[in-house]
Design a protein around this ligand. Structure first.
Ligand SMILES: Cc1ncc(COP(=O)(O)O)c(C=O)c1O
Length: 400
């Protein structure tokens, strides 16, 4: 089975030398593509290099491969291939969903709703909308990073064109109550369209947008061991959107530009692999997460586990008292352990996390926080190695 060879290598090295080569615990930033995906993409690049829009044999062959990938993604979501639009990734899908919907439906109202803990690829779009005459409400979250449903209920009106709420938060892993949100939307204004940024949820548990009442769903390939620079937007067949990129009219006029064929095919395959193992992967990652939580509590003093117990097991945010998260990150890096201080996008900026701020955490707690994020390719031996490293590093870098 995939990942097993690497897993066996890690275990062997740990048993023999008490160390592992590289511990990649930054899977929410991006994942290592599956070997099969990398090989398949290599094959596509080498042999299926036609333009899917070309009328000759090479074009038709390329189109066929793209169709297969679209079908795989549609199957994973219980959707029709006509509802899947390929993009350059989660960021573009979020932009297309929100701006594309509002462009196509200007009479649906000038009010839009999102939460305070969205990814910048949603929050920045809402800022742009504010600058362009839209009235925006940002829903609060509680101490567990869950949106305030009462506030949402009060904010939806006849004027509300769209609600955009993420499924799983990328910094702490909180899972939003999507069913409750849909119920509230249905009671308050059935016409309001619901967009979900599903980037950190897709491939981790089953999502059927049509059954759940999600109208637009953003997904990204590189978070599920697929290639970077490719993603998709699910658009329910009843919902109309307009393009935000103009050109040759690919993707049934919704997203122009010659398709990233190898990327799309790699995404399709990653999707199939993830889907086949979705429950087993979740159980394995849950075991890793619980093991890590317990070992941290047993071995490291003065920590706060920020991620709630019922968060996605793929993400574990922890704050170390009197430690700068960034300093810890670099000390771990010296031991070939890779983590993050926040979301991948904000981790290079010194700004404090907007997610942790929205949860009401103090500046000290935020500054001492780091994110560990897992994949089914991680092992318990890697966790042992990481905890051993933390035991050594923490006393050296604690400033009080
Ligand atoms: C929740 C969430 N949304 C959107 C994105 C952006 O996706 P992409 O990197 O494919 O543009 C990310 C990436 O970190 C994310 O975590």
């Amino acid at each position: 089975m995939r990942g097993m060879i690497r897993e066996q290598e890690i275990i062997k090295e740990y048993e023999e030398n008490g160390k592992v080569q590289e511990v990649y615990l930054d899977n929410s930033a991006t994942t290592r593509p599956y070997d099969e995906v990398a090989e398949y993409m290599n094959y596509i690049n080498k042999f299926i290099y036609g333009n899917p829009s070309s009328l000759h044999k090479k074009g038709i062959e390329a189109e066929k491969m793209m169709k297969k990938a679209r079908q795989s993604i549609a199957d994973t979501l219980g959707a029709s291939p006509k509802e899947i639009f390929f993009t350059s990734g989660g960021t573009e899908s979020n932009n297309l969903a929100i701006i594309g919907y509002l462009r196509a439906n200007p009479r649906k109202g000038k009010h839009v709703i999102t939460s305070k803990i969205e990814h910048p690829s949603v929050l920045e779009v809402f800022k742009f909308l504010e600058e362009n005459g839209y009235n925006v409400d940002y829903i609060d979250v509680d101490k567990n990073g869950i949106i305030d449903l009462e506030m949402l209920k009060k904010k939806i009106s006849k004027e509300t064109a769209l609600i955009s709420i993420m499924y799983v938060n990328n910094e702490i892993g909180s899972i939003q109550p999507i069913d409750e949100i849909v119920k509230i939307r249905n009671t308050c204004n059935k016409e309001t369209v619901f967009h979900v940024d599903g980037v950190q949820a897709f491939g981790k548990f089953k999502i059927n947008p049509a059954k759940s009442g999600i109208d637009l769903l953003t997904i990204s390939s590189h978070k599920i061991h697929g290639p970077k620079g490719v993603g998709a937007l699910y658009v329910n067949e009843k919902v109309r959107i307009k393009p935000i990129i103009f050109g040759g009219g690919q993707e049934t006029l919704i997203r122009s530009g010659t398709e990233n064929l190898a990327g799309i095919c790699g995404f399709g395959l990653a999707c199939e692999i993830c889907n086949e193992n979705i429950n087993a992967n979740w159980s394995k990652v849950l075991e890793i997460n619980k093991y890590f939580r317990n070992k941290l509590k047993e071995n490291i003093k003065d920590i706060i586990i920020i991620s709630p117990e019922d968060a996605s097991p793929y993400i574990l945010n922890v704050s170390f008292k009197n430690i700068k998260g960034e300093v810890l990150l670099h000390h771990l890096e010296e031991k070939e352990i890779y983590i993050s201080t926040g979301s991948a996008c904000s981790s290079r900026k010194s700004k404090r996390s907007h997610v942790l701020q929205a949860m009401g955490l103090s500046g000290d707690i935020i500054d001492g926080s780091v994110r560990f994020s897992f994949s089914e390719i991680n092992t318990l031996e890697e966790i042992d190695y990481t905890v051993d490293a933390l035991k050594e590093i923490i006393p050296k870098i604690r400033f009080k």
